[in-house]
Design a binder for this molecule. Structure first.
Ligand code: S3P
Length: 450
Protein backbone atom coordinates (compact mmCIF):
# COMPACT_ATOMS: atom_id res chain seq x y z
CA UNK A 1 0.00 0.00 0.00
CA UNK A 2 1.11 3.54 -0.58
CA UNK A 3 0.97 5.72 2.50
CA UNK A 4 -2.30 7.47 1.73
CA UNK A 5 -3.72 5.68 -1.29
CA UNK A 6 -3.94 2.64 -3.50
CA UNK A 7 -0.70 0.87 -4.45
CA UNK A 8 1.11 2.05 -7.58
CA UNK A 9 2.91 -0.97 -9.10
CA UNK A 10 5.85 0.13 -11.25
CA UNK A 11 8.39 -1.46 -13.57
CA UNK A 12 11.88 -0.31 -14.57
CA UNK A 13 13.30 -1.63 -17.84
CA UNK A 14 16.99 -1.91 -18.74
CA UNK A 15 17.82 1.37 -20.50
CA UNK A 16 20.45 3.08 -22.61
CA UNK A 17 22.89 5.67 -21.26
CA UNK A 18 21.56 8.12 -18.68
CA UNK A 19 22.67 11.62 -19.55
CA UNK A 20 21.94 15.21 -18.58
CA UNK A 21 21.36 17.17 -15.41
CA UNK A 22 19.39 15.92 -12.42
CA UNK A 23 18.07 18.73 -10.20
CA UNK A 24 16.99 16.81 -7.14
CA UNK A 25 14.65 18.36 -4.52
CA UNK A 26 15.53 20.07 -1.26
CA UNK A 27 16.99 18.27 1.71
CA UNK A 28 14.36 16.43 3.73
CA UNK A 29 16.08 16.79 7.11
CA UNK A 30 16.64 20.51 6.67
CA UNK A 31 13.11 21.03 5.32
CA UNK A 32 11.48 19.49 8.44
CA UNK A 33 13.73 21.53 10.72
CA UNK A 34 13.08 24.78 8.81
CA UNK A 35 9.34 24.45 9.41
CA UNK A 36 9.66 23.42 13.06
CA UNK A 37 12.24 26.05 14.02
CA UNK A 38 10.32 28.66 12.03
CA UNK A 39 7.23 27.74 14.07
CA UNK A 40 9.20 28.20 17.31
CA UNK A 41 10.55 31.65 16.37
CA UNK A 42 8.98 35.03 16.80
CA UNK A 43 8.30 36.60 13.38
CA UNK A 44 8.42 35.40 9.80
CA UNK A 45 10.86 32.79 8.49
CA UNK A 46 11.23 32.53 4.71
CA UNK A 47 12.20 29.19 3.22
CA UNK A 48 13.21 28.64 -0.39
CA UNK A 49 13.83 25.25 -1.96
CA UNK A 50 11.65 23.44 0.58
CA UNK A 51 11.14 19.77 -0.23
CA UNK A 52 7.45 19.45 -1.06
CA UNK A 53 7.36 15.72 -0.38
CA UNK A 54 4.54 14.22 1.65
CA UNK A 55 6.68 13.85 4.80
CA UNK A 56 7.43 17.56 4.88
CA UNK A 57 3.88 18.55 3.93
CA UNK A 58 2.69 16.52 6.93
CA UNK A 59 5.07 18.48 9.17
CA UNK A 60 3.78 21.77 7.69
CA UNK A 61 0.23 20.69 8.51
CA UNK A 62 1.29 19.76 12.04
CA UNK A 63 2.92 23.16 12.60
CA UNK A 64 -0.38 24.81 11.63
CA UNK A 65 -2.18 22.57 14.13
CA UNK A 66 0.18 23.81 16.87
CA UNK A 67 -0.67 27.43 16.01
CA UNK A 68 1.96 28.60 13.50
CA UNK A 69 0.93 30.28 10.26
CA UNK A 70 2.51 28.31 7.43
CA UNK A 71 2.03 29.66 3.90
CA UNK A 72 2.94 28.07 0.57
CA UNK A 73 3.87 30.81 -1.92
CA UNK A 74 4.51 28.37 -4.79
CA UNK A 75 7.75 27.22 -6.40
CA UNK A 76 9.25 25.89 -3.16
CA UNK A 77 8.97 29.23 -1.30
CA UNK A 78 7.20 29.08 2.04
CA UNK A 79 6.84 31.37 5.01
CA UNK A 80 6.30 30.43 8.63
CA UNK A 81 5.03 32.90 11.21
CA UNK A 82 6.08 31.35 14.48
CA UNK A 83 4.59 31.35 17.95
CA UNK A 84 7.90 31.55 19.87
CA UNK A 85 9.64 29.07 22.17
CA UNK A 86 7.02 27.52 24.44
CA UNK A 87 4.21 29.11 22.43
CA UNK A 88 2.63 26.02 20.86
CA UNK A 89 -1.17 25.85 21.20
CA UNK A 90 -2.89 22.54 21.93
CA UNK A 91 -4.01 20.93 18.65
CA UNK A 92 -7.70 20.06 18.42
CA UNK A 93 -7.08 17.12 16.09
CA UNK A 94 -4.85 14.05 16.11
CA UNK A 95 -1.50 14.87 14.45
CA UNK A 96 -0.99 12.51 11.50
CA UNK A 97 2.70 12.39 10.55
CA UNK A 98 2.09 9.95 7.70
CA UNK A 99 5.27 7.98 6.96
CA UNK A 100 7.72 10.29 8.69
CA UNK A 101 9.78 9.19 11.68
CA UNK A 102 11.70 12.45 11.52
CA UNK A 103 8.51 14.50 11.54
CA UNK A 104 6.87 12.74 14.48
CA UNK A 105 9.99 12.44 16.64
CA UNK A 106 11.08 16.05 16.17
CA UNK A 107 7.58 17.41 16.75
CA UNK A 108 7.16 15.30 19.90
CA UNK A 109 10.38 16.86 21.19
CA UNK A 110 9.30 20.36 20.21
CA UNK A 111 5.99 20.12 22.14
CA UNK A 112 7.21 17.97 25.06
CA UNK A 113 8.13 20.85 27.37
CA UNK A 114 4.99 22.89 26.70
CA UNK A 115 2.03 22.25 29.02
CA UNK A 116 -0.19 20.90 26.27
CA UNK A 117 -1.34 17.46 25.19
CA UNK A 118 -1.20 16.07 21.65
CA UNK A 119 -1.94 12.70 20.08
CA UNK A 120 0.20 11.42 17.20
CA UNK A 121 -0.42 8.78 14.57
CA UNK A 122 0.95 7.74 11.18
CA UNK A 123 0.68 5.13 8.46
CA UNK A 124 1.19 1.40 9.01
CA UNK A 125 4.97 1.78 8.67
CA UNK A 126 5.28 4.65 11.16
CA UNK A 127 2.86 3.05 13.63
CA UNK A 128 5.17 0.02 13.79
CA UNK A 129 8.33 1.99 14.58
CA UNK A 130 9.88 2.38 18.05
CA UNK A 131 9.09 5.64 19.85
CA UNK A 132 10.50 4.74 23.30
CA UNK A 133 13.88 5.95 22.06
CA UNK A 134 12.33 9.45 22.11
CA UNK A 135 9.80 9.19 24.94
CA UNK A 136 12.43 7.78 27.37
CA UNK A 137 14.58 10.93 27.29
CA UNK A 138 11.49 13.16 27.13
CA UNK A 139 10.30 11.61 30.41
CA UNK A 140 13.42 13.10 32.07
CA UNK A 141 12.04 16.58 31.30
CA UNK A 142 8.78 15.57 33.04
CA UNK A 143 6.87 14.64 29.88
CA UNK A 144 4.38 11.74 29.93
CA UNK A 145 3.57 9.45 27.04
CA UNK A 146 0.79 6.93 26.55
CA UNK A 147 1.17 4.78 23.46
CA UNK A 148 0.46 1.27 22.27
CA UNK A 149 2.47 -1.77 23.36
CA UNK A 150 6.15 -1.57 22.51
CA UNK A 151 6.02 2.23 22.70
CA UNK A 152 4.32 2.52 19.34
CA UNK A 153 1.94 5.08 17.83
CA UNK A 154 -0.82 6.13 18.10
CA UNK A 155 0.51 7.88 21.16
CA UNK A 156 -0.52 10.77 23.37
CA UNK A 157 2.17 13.07 24.72
CA UNK A 158 1.38 15.12 27.82
CA UNK A 159 3.86 17.98 27.82
CA UNK A 160 5.70 18.95 31.01
CA UNK A 161 4.24 22.17 32.41
CA UNK A 162 7.34 22.76 34.58
CA UNK A 163 10.15 21.10 32.64
CA UNK A 164 13.62 20.60 34.04
CA UNK A 165 16.73 20.58 31.81
CA UNK A 166 18.35 17.18 31.25
CA UNK A 167 21.69 15.54 30.59
CA UNK A 168 21.28 12.62 28.21
CA UNK A 169 23.56 10.22 26.38
CA UNK A 170 21.87 8.98 23.21
CA UNK A 171 22.07 5.15 23.34
CA UNK A 172 21.70 4.57 19.58
CA UNK A 173 23.21 6.65 16.78
CA UNK A 174 20.14 8.74 15.94
CA UNK A 175 19.89 12.35 14.85
CA UNK A 176 16.14 12.17 15.44
CA UNK A 177 16.58 11.29 19.12
CA UNK A 178 19.32 13.88 19.58
CA UNK A 179 17.15 16.50 17.89
CA UNK A 180 14.04 15.63 19.90
CA UNK A 181 15.98 16.14 23.14
CA UNK A 182 17.46 19.44 21.93
CA UNK A 183 14.07 20.74 20.79
CA UNK A 184 12.57 19.78 24.16
CA UNK A 185 15.51 21.52 25.85
CA UNK A 186 14.56 24.75 24.10
CA UNK A 187 11.69 25.32 26.52
CA UNK A 188 13.40 24.02 29.69
CA UNK A 189 15.20 26.52 31.90
CA UNK A 190 18.99 26.10 32.15
CA UNK A 191 21.32 23.91 30.14
CA UNK A 192 20.32 20.69 28.37
CA UNK A 193 23.32 18.52 27.52
CA UNK A 194 23.19 15.74 24.91
CA UNK A 195 26.10 13.37 24.30
CA UNK A 196 26.38 11.14 21.26
CA UNK A 197 29.09 8.51 20.92
CA UNK A 198 28.91 8.56 17.11
CA UNK A 199 28.44 11.81 15.22
CA UNK A 200 25.07 11.89 13.45
CA UNK A 201 23.74 14.58 11.10
CA UNK A 202 24.13 17.94 12.80
CA UNK A 203 21.49 20.06 11.05
CA UNK A 204 19.58 20.73 14.28
CA UNK A 205 22.68 22.10 16.00
CA UNK A 206 23.67 24.25 13.02
CA UNK A 207 20.16 25.58 12.50
CA UNK A 208 19.52 26.28 16.20
CA UNK A 209 22.69 28.39 16.20
CA UNK A 210 21.43 30.14 13.05
CA UNK A 211 18.10 30.90 14.74
CA UNK A 212 20.01 32.54 17.59
CA UNK A 213 20.06 29.84 20.29
CA UNK A 214 23.12 29.47 22.52
CA UNK A 215 24.47 26.05 21.59
CA UNK A 216 27.98 24.60 21.70
CA UNK A 217 29.44 21.32 20.48
CA UNK A 218 32.56 19.83 22.02
CA UNK A 219 34.43 16.75 20.76
CA UNK A 220 35.43 14.67 23.80
CA UNK A 221 36.71 11.14 24.43
CA UNK A 222 33.14 9.96 25.00
CA UNK A 223 31.86 11.61 21.84
CA UNK A 224 30.16 14.82 20.84
CA UNK A 225 28.79 16.83 23.76
CA UNK A 226 26.14 19.37 22.77
CA UNK A 227 25.05 21.99 25.28
CA UNK A 228 21.96 24.11 24.70
CA UNK A 229 20.84 27.00 26.89
CA UNK A 230 17.06 26.86 27.23
CA UNK A 231 14.38 29.47 26.68
CA UNK A 232 16.05 31.57 23.98
CA UNK A 233 14.03 33.88 21.78
CA UNK A 234 14.54 32.32 18.37
CA UNK A 235 14.88 34.85 15.57
CA UNK A 236 13.27 34.19 12.20
CA UNK A 237 15.62 33.27 9.36
CA UNK A 238 15.88 33.23 5.59
CA UNK A 239 16.71 29.65 4.70
CA UNK A 240 17.79 28.36 1.29
CA UNK A 241 17.45 24.58 1.59
CA UNK A 242 20.32 22.76 -0.20
CA UNK A 243 19.50 19.83 -2.50
CA UNK A 244 19.29 16.48 -0.73
CA UNK A 245 22.37 14.19 -0.90
CA UNK A 246 20.12 11.24 -0.03
CA UNK A 247 17.99 11.94 -3.12
CA UNK A 248 21.08 12.70 -5.24
CA UNK A 249 22.22 9.17 -4.41
CA UNK A 250 19.64 7.68 -6.82
CA UNK A 251 20.62 9.39 -10.11
CA UNK A 252 24.30 9.18 -9.09
CA UNK A 253 24.14 5.42 -8.52
CA UNK A 254 22.02 4.87 -11.63
CA UNK A 255 24.69 6.61 -13.73
CA UNK A 256 27.42 4.39 -12.24
CA UNK A 257 25.67 1.15 -13.27
CA UNK A 258 24.07 2.02 -16.65
CA UNK A 259 26.65 1.70 -19.45
CA UNK A 260 27.60 4.95 -21.19
CA UNK A 261 26.00 7.25 -18.60
CA UNK A 262 27.21 10.73 -17.68
CA UNK A 263 25.00 12.66 -15.25
CA UNK A 264 25.51 15.97 -13.46
CA UNK A 265 23.70 16.43 -10.14
CA UNK A 266 24.16 20.10 -9.21
CA UNK A 267 24.13 21.85 -5.85
CA UNK A 268 24.33 18.92 -3.46
CA UNK A 269 24.96 19.49 0.25
CA UNK A 270 28.11 17.61 1.28
CA UNK A 271 27.96 18.09 5.04
CA UNK A 272 30.40 15.42 6.32
CA UNK A 273 27.64 13.93 8.51
CA UNK A 274 25.71 13.14 5.30
CA UNK A 275 28.23 12.42 2.54
CA UNK A 276 29.50 8.94 3.48
CA UNK A 277 27.97 7.23 0.44
CA UNK A 278 29.98 9.31 -2.02
CA UNK A 279 33.26 8.47 -0.23
CA UNK A 280 32.29 4.78 -0.27
CA UNK A 281 31.44 4.82 -3.97
CA UNK A 282 34.78 6.42 -4.81
CA UNK A 283 36.56 3.70 -2.79
CA UNK A 284 34.66 1.13 -4.89
CA UNK A 285 36.12 2.66 -8.04
CA UNK A 286 33.22 4.89 -9.04
CA UNK A 287 33.87 7.63 -11.57
CA UNK A 288 32.33 10.28 -9.33
CA UNK A 289 33.79 13.76 -9.15
CA UNK A 290 32.96 16.92 -7.21
CA UNK A 291 32.84 20.01 -9.42
CA UNK A 292 32.49 23.67 -8.48
CA UNK A 293 33.04 23.02 -4.76
CA UNK A 294 31.75 25.94 -2.67
CA UNK A 295 30.13 26.92 0.62
CA UNK A 296 26.44 27.90 0.68
CA UNK A 297 24.59 28.88 3.85
CA UNK A 298 27.51 27.54 5.91
CA UNK A 299 27.32 24.09 4.29
CA UNK A 300 29.83 22.58 1.82
CA UNK A 301 28.13 22.15 -1.56
CA UNK A 302 29.32 20.73 -4.92
CA UNK A 303 28.00 19.61 -8.28
CA UNK A 304 28.37 15.84 -8.54
CA UNK A 305 29.34 14.27 -11.86
CA UNK A 306 28.76 10.53 -12.09
CA UNK A 307 29.78 8.44 -15.08
CA UNK A 308 29.35 4.76 -15.89
CA UNK A 309 31.98 2.88 -13.90
CA UNK A 310 32.89 -0.46 -15.47
CA UNK A 311 35.40 -1.53 -12.80
CA UNK A 312 33.47 -1.30 -9.54
CA UNK A 313 34.80 -3.56 -6.79
CA UNK A 314 33.24 -4.62 -3.50
CA UNK A 315 34.71 -3.17 -0.31
CA UNK A 316 34.24 -3.40 3.45
CA UNK A 317 32.40 -0.20 4.42
CA UNK A 318 33.96 1.20 7.61
CA UNK A 319 31.51 0.93 10.51
CA UNK A 320 32.47 4.40 11.67
CA UNK A 321 30.98 5.76 8.44
CA UNK A 322 27.55 4.20 8.97
CA UNK A 323 25.80 7.24 10.48
CA UNK A 324 26.91 9.48 7.61
CA UNK A 325 25.27 7.22 5.01
CA UNK A 326 22.56 5.47 7.01
CA UNK A 327 19.80 6.16 4.47
CA UNK A 328 22.01 5.15 1.55
CA UNK A 329 22.66 1.46 2.31
CA UNK A 330 19.71 0.29 0.17
CA UNK A 331 21.00 2.03 -2.96
CA UNK A 332 24.60 1.06 -2.11
CA UNK A 333 23.50 -2.58 -2.11
CA UNK A 334 22.23 -2.07 -5.67
CA UNK A 335 25.60 -0.68 -6.83
CA UNK A 336 27.30 -3.54 -4.95
CA UNK A 337 25.30 -6.02 -7.07
CA UNK A 338 27.14 -4.77 -10.18
CA UNK A 339 30.60 -4.74 -8.54
CA UNK A 340 33.16 -7.52 -8.49
CA UNK A 341 33.37 -9.28 -5.13
CA UNK A 342 31.77 -8.74 -1.75
CA UNK A 343 30.52 -5.49 -0.28
CA UNK A 344 30.48 -5.93 3.49
CA UNK A 345 28.27 -3.63 5.59
CA UNK A 346 28.59 -3.93 9.37
CA UNK A 347 27.34 -1.97 12.39
CA UNK A 348 24.04 -1.19 10.69
CA UNK A 349 21.44 -2.48 13.15
CA UNK A 350 19.54 0.80 12.78
CA UNK A 351 18.59 -0.23 9.23
CA UNK A 352 16.17 -2.71 10.76
CA UNK A 353 13.99 0.05 12.30
CA UNK A 354 13.69 2.52 9.41
CA UNK A 355 10.54 2.94 7.29
CA UNK A 356 10.97 -0.81 6.82
CA UNK A 357 13.52 -3.40 7.93
CA UNK A 358 15.82 -2.27 5.15
CA UNK A 359 18.27 -5.17 5.39
CA UNK A 360 15.45 -7.67 5.06
CA UNK A 361 13.63 -5.74 2.34
CA UNK A 362 16.74 -5.34 0.16
CA UNK A 363 18.15 -8.82 0.84
CA UNK A 364 14.84 -10.47 -0.12
CA UNK A 365 14.41 -8.40 -3.29
CA UNK A 366 18.04 -8.71 -4.42
CA UNK A 367 17.95 -12.49 -3.94
CA UNK A 368 14.77 -12.66 -6.02
CA UNK A 369 16.66 -10.82 -8.76
CA UNK A 370 19.55 -13.30 -8.72
CA UNK A 371 22.01 -11.71 -6.29
CA UNK A 372 23.59 -13.52 -3.35
CA UNK A 373 23.08 -11.71 -0.05
CA UNK A 374 23.93 -12.90 3.46
CA UNK A 375 22.68 -11.07 6.50
CA UNK A 376 22.71 -11.07 10.30
CA UNK A 377 21.26 -8.83 13.02
CA UNK A 378 23.54 -5.86 12.30
CA UNK A 379 25.38 -6.77 9.11
CA UNK A 380 24.90 -7.85 5.52
CA UNK A 381 27.10 -8.85 2.63
CA UNK A 382 26.21 -8.45 -1.05
CA UNK A 383 28.18 -10.58 -3.51
CA UNK A 384 28.39 -8.65 -6.75
CA UNK A 385 27.68 -10.38 -10.05
CA UNK A 386 29.49 -7.76 -12.15
CA UNK A 387 28.17 -5.52 -14.92
CA UNK A 388 25.80 -7.19 -17.34
CA UNK A 389 25.41 -10.24 -15.12
CA UNK A 390 22.53 -9.29 -12.80
CA UNK A 391 19.46 -11.26 -13.94
CA UNK A 392 16.57 -9.14 -12.57
CA UNK A 393 13.05 -10.23 -13.47
CA UNK A 394 11.43 -10.13 -10.02
CA UNK A 395 8.72 -8.02 -8.43
CA UNK A 396 9.92 -6.58 -5.12
CA UNK A 397 7.92 -5.44 -2.11
CA UNK A 398 8.58 -1.82 -1.17
CA UNK A 399 7.10 -2.15 2.36
CA UNK A 400 5.81 1.45 2.44
CA UNK A 401 9.46 2.55 2.13
CA UNK A 402 10.38 5.18 -0.47
CA UNK A 403 14.08 4.27 -0.52
CA UNK A 404 13.36 0.57 -1.07
CA UNK A 405 11.04 1.37 -3.99
CA UNK A 406 13.55 3.72 -5.63
CA UNK A 407 16.47 1.33 -5.08
CA UNK A 408 14.76 -1.54 -6.90
CA UNK A 409 13.68 0.73 -9.76
CA UNK A 410 17.33 1.83 -10.18
CA UNK A 411 18.37 -1.86 -10.10
CA UNK A 412 16.07 -2.55 -13.05
CA UNK A 413 17.84 0.04 -15.20
CA UNK A 414 20.89 -2.22 -15.54
CA UNK A 415 19.62 -5.79 -15.06
CA UNK A 416 19.16 -8.31 -17.89
CA UNK A 417 15.36 -8.22 -17.52
CA UNK A 418 13.01 -5.62 -15.99
CA UNK A 419 12.51 -5.22 -12.24
CA UNK A 420 9.14 -4.31 -10.71
CA UNK A 421 8.00 -2.95 -7.36
CA UNK A 422 4.58 -3.62 -5.88
CA UNK A 423 4.09 0.01 -4.86
CA UNK A 424 5.93 3.13 -5.99
CA UNK A 425 3.51 5.37 -4.07
CA UNK A 426 5.85 5.93 -1.09
CA UNK A 427 8.41 7.62 -3.37
CA UNK A 428 6.31 10.78 -3.04
CA UNK A 429 7.29 11.07 0.63
CA UNK A 430 10.81 12.28 -0.20
CA UNK A 431 11.30 12.52 -4.00
CA UNK A 432 8.00 13.47 -5.68
CA UNK A 433 9.72 14.20 -9.02
CA UNK A 434 11.68 10.93 -9.14
CA UNK A 435 9.80 9.53 -12.15
CA UNK A 436 10.00 12.57 -14.49
CA UNK A 437 13.55 13.35 -13.40
CA UNK A 438 14.81 9.82 -14.11
CA UNK A 439 12.79 9.65 -17.36
CA UNK A 440 14.41 12.91 -18.52
CA UNK A 441 17.83 11.28 -18.03
CA UNK A 442 16.73 8.31 -20.18
CA UNK A 443 15.29 5.82 -17.69
CA UNK A 444 12.36 3.64 -18.72
CA UNK A 445 9.94 3.65 -15.80
CA UNK A 446 6.31 2.74 -16.19
CA UNK A 447 3.32 2.58 -13.90
CA UNK A 448 1.91 -0.87 -14.52
CA UNK A 449 -1.77 -0.09 -14.11
CA UNK A 450 -1.90 3.16 -16.05
C1 S3P B 1 17.03 11.90 10.08
C2 S3P B 1 17.77 11.02 10.84
C3 S3P B 1 17.98 9.61 10.48
C4 S3P B 1 17.59 9.32 9.02
C5 S3P B 1 16.30 9.99 8.64
C6 S3P B 1 16.41 11.48 8.81
C7 S3P B 1 16.88 13.28 10.54
O1 S3P B 1 17.17 8.80 11.30
O2 S3P B 1 17.51 7.94 8.81
O3 S3P B 1 15.97 9.71 7.29
O4 S3P B 1 16.47 14.15 9.74
O5 S3P B 1 17.20 13.55 11.72
P1 S3P B 1 17.65 8.27 12.74
O6 S3P B 1 17.73 9.40 13.67
O7 S3P B 1 16.60 7.28 13.15
O8 S3P B 1 18.99 7.62 12.48
Amino acid sequence: MSSHGTPIPMTSRPCGPLTGEARVPGDKSISHRSLILGALSVGETEITGLLEGQDVLDTARAMRAFGAKVTDHGGGTWTVNGVGTGGFAEPDQVIDCGNSGTGVRLIMGAMATTGITATFTGDASLNGRPMARVTDPLALFGTQSHGRSGGRLPMTIVGAADPVPVEYTVPVPSAQVKSAVLLAGLNAPGKTVVTEAEATRDHTERMLAGFGAEITTEETETGRVITLTGQPELKPQKIAVPRDPSSAAFPVCAALIVPGSDVLVPGIGLNPTRAGLFTTLREMGADLTYENERTEGGEPVADLRARFSPDLKGIEVPEARAASMIDEYPILSVVASFAAGDTVMRGVKELRVKESDRIDAMATGLRANGITVEDGPDWWVVTGAGHGNVPGGATCASHLDHRIAMSFLILGMATQTPVSVDDGGPIATSFPVFEPLMAELGAQLVRDNS
